[in-house]
Design a protein. Structure first.
Length: 179
Protein backbone atom coordinates (compact mmCIF):
# COMPACT_ATOMS: atom_id res chain seq x y z
CA UNK A 1 0.00 0.00 0.00
CA UNK A 2 2.83 2.40 0.86
CA UNK A 3 4.44 1.79 -2.55
CA UNK A 4 1.15 2.58 -4.29
CA UNK A 5 0.90 5.90 -2.43
CA UNK A 6 4.49 6.78 -3.36
CA UNK A 7 3.92 5.80 -7.01
CA UNK A 8 0.79 7.94 -7.15
CA UNK A 9 2.65 10.94 -5.70
CA UNK A 10 5.43 10.58 -8.29
CA UNK A 11 2.85 10.23 -11.06
CA UNK A 12 0.99 13.34 -9.91
CA UNK A 13 4.27 15.28 -9.83
CA UNK A 14 5.16 14.16 -13.34
CA UNK A 15 1.77 15.19 -14.70
CA UNK A 16 1.97 18.60 -13.01
CA UNK A 17 5.51 19.12 -14.35
CA UNK A 18 4.28 18.10 -17.78
CA UNK A 19 1.58 20.76 -17.65
CA UNK A 20 3.89 23.41 -16.26
CA UNK A 21 6.67 22.81 -18.80
CA UNK A 22 4.31 22.05 -21.71
CA UNK A 23 5.91 18.63 -22.26
CA UNK A 24 4.29 15.30 -23.05
CA UNK A 25 5.86 13.36 -20.19
CA UNK A 26 3.04 10.79 -20.31
CA UNK A 27 3.97 10.10 -23.93
CA UNK A 28 7.67 9.91 -23.07
CA UNK A 29 6.97 7.56 -20.18
CA UNK A 30 4.83 5.41 -22.48
CA UNK A 31 7.66 5.20 -25.03
CA UNK A 32 10.18 4.30 -22.32
CA UNK A 33 7.86 1.74 -20.72
CA UNK A 34 7.18 0.06 -24.10
CA UNK A 35 10.91 -0.06 -24.83
CA UNK A 36 11.66 -1.68 -21.48
CA UNK A 37 8.82 -4.19 -21.89
CA UNK A 38 9.96 -5.20 -25.39
CA UNK A 39 13.54 -5.90 -24.33
CA UNK A 40 14.06 -8.66 -21.75
CA UNK A 41 17.73 -7.76 -21.25
CA UNK A 42 16.88 -4.14 -20.53
CA UNK A 43 14.11 -5.21 -18.16
CA UNK A 44 16.55 -7.50 -16.37
CA UNK A 45 19.16 -4.76 -15.95
CA UNK A 46 16.63 -2.24 -14.66
CA UNK A 47 14.69 -4.35 -12.19
CA UNK A 48 17.14 -6.91 -10.78
CA UNK A 49 19.33 -5.91 -7.86
CA UNK A 50 22.26 -7.82 -9.40
CA UNK A 51 23.35 -4.71 -11.28
CA UNK A 52 24.83 -1.62 -9.63
CA UNK A 53 23.19 1.79 -9.82
CA UNK A 54 26.07 2.96 -12.02
CA UNK A 55 25.42 0.13 -14.51
CA UNK A 56 21.69 0.88 -14.51
CA UNK A 57 22.32 4.61 -14.98
CA UNK A 58 24.73 3.98 -17.84
CA UNK A 59 22.28 1.70 -19.66
CA UNK A 60 19.30 3.98 -19.02
CA UNK A 61 21.21 7.08 -20.21
CA UNK A 62 22.03 5.32 -23.49
CA UNK A 63 18.42 4.15 -23.97
CA UNK A 64 16.91 7.55 -23.14
CA UNK A 65 19.41 9.26 -25.47
CA UNK A 66 18.37 7.03 -28.37
CA UNK A 67 14.68 7.64 -27.60
CA UNK A 68 15.23 11.42 -27.51
CA UNK A 69 13.57 11.89 -24.13
CA UNK A 70 13.51 15.24 -22.33
CA UNK A 71 15.99 16.17 -19.64
CA UNK A 72 13.15 16.12 -17.08
CA UNK A 73 12.43 12.44 -17.87
CA UNK A 74 16.14 11.62 -17.77
CA UNK A 75 16.46 13.31 -14.36
CA UNK A 76 13.40 11.49 -13.06
CA UNK A 77 14.70 8.09 -14.15
CA UNK A 78 18.12 8.85 -12.66
CA UNK A 79 16.41 9.79 -9.40
CA UNK A 80 14.43 6.52 -9.33
CA UNK A 81 17.57 4.48 -9.94
CA UNK A 82 19.70 6.35 -7.39
CA UNK A 83 17.00 6.10 -4.73
CA UNK A 84 16.51 2.39 -5.50
CA UNK A 85 12.88 3.02 -6.46
CA UNK A 86 13.07 1.92 -10.10
CA UNK A 87 10.82 -1.02 -9.13
CA UNK A 88 7.99 1.53 -8.77
CA UNK A 89 8.18 2.43 -12.47
CA UNK A 90 5.30 0.14 -13.61
CA UNK A 91 2.99 1.57 -10.91
CA UNK A 92 4.08 5.12 -11.69
CA UNK A 93 3.41 4.54 -15.38
CA UNK A 94 -0.07 3.17 -14.68
CA UNK A 95 -0.91 6.14 -12.44
CA UNK A 96 0.39 8.70 -14.96
CA UNK A 97 -1.81 7.19 -17.68
CA UNK A 98 -4.87 7.18 -15.39
CA UNK A 99 -4.31 10.82 -14.34
CA UNK A 100 -3.63 11.88 -17.93
CA UNK A 101 -6.76 10.08 -19.18
CA UNK A 102 -8.89 11.73 -16.49
CA UNK A 103 -7.60 15.15 -17.45
CA UNK A 104 -8.47 14.45 -21.08
CA UNK A 105 -11.92 13.19 -20.11
CA UNK A 106 -11.27 9.51 -20.82
CA UNK A 107 -11.54 6.32 -18.81
CA UNK A 108 -9.76 3.09 -19.71
CA UNK A 109 -11.39 -0.27 -19.23
CA UNK A 110 -11.44 -3.90 -20.23
CA UNK A 111 -14.17 -6.09 -21.64
CA UNK A 112 -13.70 -9.80 -20.99
CA UNK A 113 -15.59 -12.51 -22.81
CA UNK A 114 -15.27 -16.01 -24.18
CA UNK A 115 -15.11 -15.15 -27.91
CA UNK A 116 -12.02 -14.22 -29.91
CA UNK A 117 -13.42 -10.71 -30.38
CA UNK A 118 -16.46 -8.68 -29.41
CA UNK A 119 -19.02 -7.61 -32.03
CA UNK A 120 -18.65 -3.90 -32.83
CA UNK A 121 -22.29 -3.12 -32.03
CA UNK A 122 -22.04 -4.70 -28.57
CA UNK A 123 -18.85 -2.78 -27.81
CA UNK A 124 -20.49 0.46 -28.96
CA UNK A 125 -23.56 -0.16 -26.75
CA UNK A 126 -21.27 -0.74 -23.76
CA UNK A 127 -19.38 2.49 -24.51
CA UNK A 128 -22.61 4.50 -24.75
CA UNK A 129 -23.89 3.01 -21.48
CA UNK A 130 -20.62 3.69 -19.64
CA UNK A 131 -20.37 7.24 -20.98
CA UNK A 132 -23.90 7.96 -19.73
CA UNK A 133 -23.21 6.34 -16.36
CA UNK A 134 -19.72 7.75 -15.72
CA UNK A 135 -19.82 11.01 -17.66
CA UNK A 136 -16.57 10.31 -19.48
CA UNK A 137 -15.61 8.70 -22.76
CA UNK A 138 -14.48 5.11 -22.12
CA UNK A 139 -11.59 3.56 -24.02
CA UNK A 140 -12.33 -0.17 -23.93
CA UNK A 141 -10.00 -3.02 -24.82
CA UNK A 142 -11.28 -6.54 -25.34
CA UNK A 143 -9.56 -9.62 -23.96
CA UNK A 144 -10.60 -13.22 -24.19
CA UNK A 145 -11.00 -14.87 -20.78
CA UNK A 146 -11.41 -18.62 -20.46
CA UNK A 147 -13.14 -18.13 -17.09
CA UNK A 148 -16.07 -16.41 -18.82
CA UNK A 149 -18.11 -19.06 -20.64
CA UNK A 150 -20.83 -16.69 -21.91
CA UNK A 151 -21.64 -13.00 -21.58
CA UNK A 152 -19.22 -10.20 -20.73
CA UNK A 153 -17.43 -8.70 -17.77
CA UNK A 154 -16.55 -5.00 -18.04
CA UNK A 155 -14.09 -3.32 -15.69
CA UNK A 156 -13.49 0.43 -15.76
CA UNK A 157 -11.37 1.58 -12.82
CA UNK A 158 -13.29 0.46 -9.71
CA UNK A 159 -16.58 -0.18 -11.54
CA UNK A 160 -17.30 -3.72 -12.65
CA UNK A 161 -20.33 -4.76 -14.67
CA UNK A 162 -20.60 -8.52 -14.69
CA UNK A 163 -23.10 -9.93 -17.17
CA UNK A 164 -21.32 -13.27 -17.40
CA UNK A 165 -23.11 -16.57 -17.13
CA UNK A 166 -20.98 -17.45 -14.10
CA UNK A 167 -22.11 -14.33 -12.24
CA UNK A 168 -25.76 -14.92 -13.05
CA UNK A 169 -25.51 -18.53 -11.85
CA UNK A 170 -23.82 -17.40 -8.64
CA UNK A 171 -26.56 -14.83 -8.04
CA UNK A 172 -29.24 -17.45 -8.68
CA UNK A 173 -27.53 -19.90 -6.32
CA UNK A 174 -27.36 -17.22 -3.59
CA UNK A 175 -31.04 -16.34 -4.03
CA UNK A 176 -32.07 -20.02 -3.78
CA UNK A 177 -29.91 -20.69 -0.73
CA UNK A 178 -31.03 -17.53 1.08
CA UNK A 179 -34.77 -18.00 0.42
Amino acid sequence: MKEQIIAKAYAQSLVELSDELKLDLAGELTTLNETINKNNDLETVMFLEVFTNEEKLSVMDAVMGKLGLSQIMKNFMQFLIQEKRIGLLPMIFKNVIVIDDHRRGFLRGTIEGSEDSIPADVKEKLKVYLKAKLGREPILEYSQNENVSAGYRVTVEDLQLDASLENQLDNFKESVLNS
